[in-house]
Design a protein around this ligand. Structure first.
Ligand code: PLP
Length: 370
């Protein structure tokens, strides 16, 4: 990347933290002063706030988004012998979490326009062993929850949501996190709602599932010195919860800014060979990432780098093509997802991104395309 020209960062967390730094510092200081490092006050408070935000009955904090997905699956009794259907173009953590509970990940191809789980493909993968559909709201776009829910209900299986990239996204006017049997969120620092380290949460309406997760994340403890399950150390820590409480107040504003940036990118790139995933009707995305596809993506990446523009890849290799899951032997089975993954590039996207830098990025993109 050239250093003699104005850089366009892919992500700038410093810009996010600068205006709220004193609030964050005060929240952290309070945790240190009160030694509230593990569970208790700050975690309870954030859980109540985030449940309220998602309009769900309960939120249970977890150590990471990956842990949150596994906890949700386990609390629903999903385990060895069960199959869970999910898309191949997600971050590997979705599939890792399924494997971690001993269940079998079953992949289904995605829709070529939205790049999200295709309900028709999902139905073709349902067997007598299917226990759950794990929809992924990829890049902050809401999956086809209506069709997937109908499918899950018809087959008597669970609909769960990997909402790691979609805090605050809406379906039918309501924030996601209810209307399914549970949604898992990640608070990895770069997420729309990010901690200052690892963190995650599950949002559910079912009290008994929530109570099971409360126990599982904390050594299976269902009462003082009563370990009902073989659990682990999968808690959201106090410092992260306190920081998340500060940041939650800003989330809707940040998401609105991301939507404006996405609209600007779209407008610039409308008459080009760049393809951009479309949001499904009745959904309001939160654009965690702005990922585009181009037949000459290598040239695109080179041009971005030469012009000091940061870019990413989410994700250049579908999960079944990763060495960790190559034993599934599924190469070539998901032509839509494979084609999308092969030609993607993620553009700078964060709330504080100045619009001039979007214009500059699009100038470079359109020059490559012409
Ligand atoms: C779609 C998706 N699922 C799961 C995860 C896992 O979250 P974490 O990194 O907090 O474990 C992430 C984030 O990294 C993600 O993007």
């Amino acid at each position: 990347m050239r250093t003699d020209i104005l850089q366009v960062p892919f992500l700038d967390l410093t810009a996010q933290h600068r205006p709220i730094r004193s609030e964050i510092d005060a929240a952290i200081a309070k945790i240190i002063d009160t030694n509230a490092f593990i569970l208790g006050g700050p975690v309870d408070r954030f859980e109540a706030e985030f449940a309220d935000y998602c309009n769900a009955r309960r939120c249970v904090g977890a150590g990471s988004g990956t842990a949150a997905i596994s906890l949700l699956l386990r609390a629903h009794g999903v385990g060895p012998g069960d199959e869970v259907i999910t898309p191949p173009n997600t971050f590997i953590a979705t599939v890792e979490a399924i494997a971690a509970v001993g269940a079998t990940p079953v992949l289904a191809d995605v829709d070529p326009d939205s790049w999200l789980l295709d309900p028709v493909a999902v139905e073709s993968r349902i067997t007598a062993r299917t226990r759950a559909i794990l929809a992924v709201h990829l890049y902050g776009h809401v999956a086809d929850l209506g069709a997937l829910r109908a499918l899950a209900d018809r087959h008597g299986i669970l609909l769960l949501e990997d909402a790691a990239q979609a805090h605050g996204a809406r379906w039918q006017g309501q924030r996601i996190g209810h209307g399914s049997q549970g949604a898992a969120f990640s608070f990895y620092p770069g997420k729309n709602l990010g901690a200052l380290g690892d963190g995650g949460a599950v949002v559910v309406d079912d009290e008994s599932v929530a109570d099971t997760i409360v126990a599982l994340r904390h050594h299976g403890q269902s009462g003082k010195n009563l370990h009902t399950y073989v659990g682990g150390t999968d808690r959201l820590d106090g410092i992260q919860a306190a920081v998340l409480s500060v940041k939650l107040a800003y989330l809707d504003g940040w998401n609105a800014a991301r939507r404006q940036h996405a609209a600007r990118y779209r407008e610039f790139l409308a008459d080009s060979r760049f393809s951009i995933p479309v949001s499904l009707e009745g959904t309001e995305p939160v654009h965690h990432l702005f990922v585009i596809n181009h037949p000459e993506v290598h040239r695109v990446k080179m041009a971005l780098s030469e012009n000091g523009i940061g870019w990413g890849e989410h994700y250049p290799r579908a999960v079944h093509l990763q060495p960790a899951f190559s034993h599934l032997g599924l190469e070539g089975e998901f032509p839509v997802a494979e084609a999308i993954c092969a030609n993607i590039v993620s553009l700078p996207m964060f709330a504080e991104l100045p619009s001039e830098l979007i214009d500059r990025t699009c100038d470079v993109l359109l020059r490559v395309d012409s």
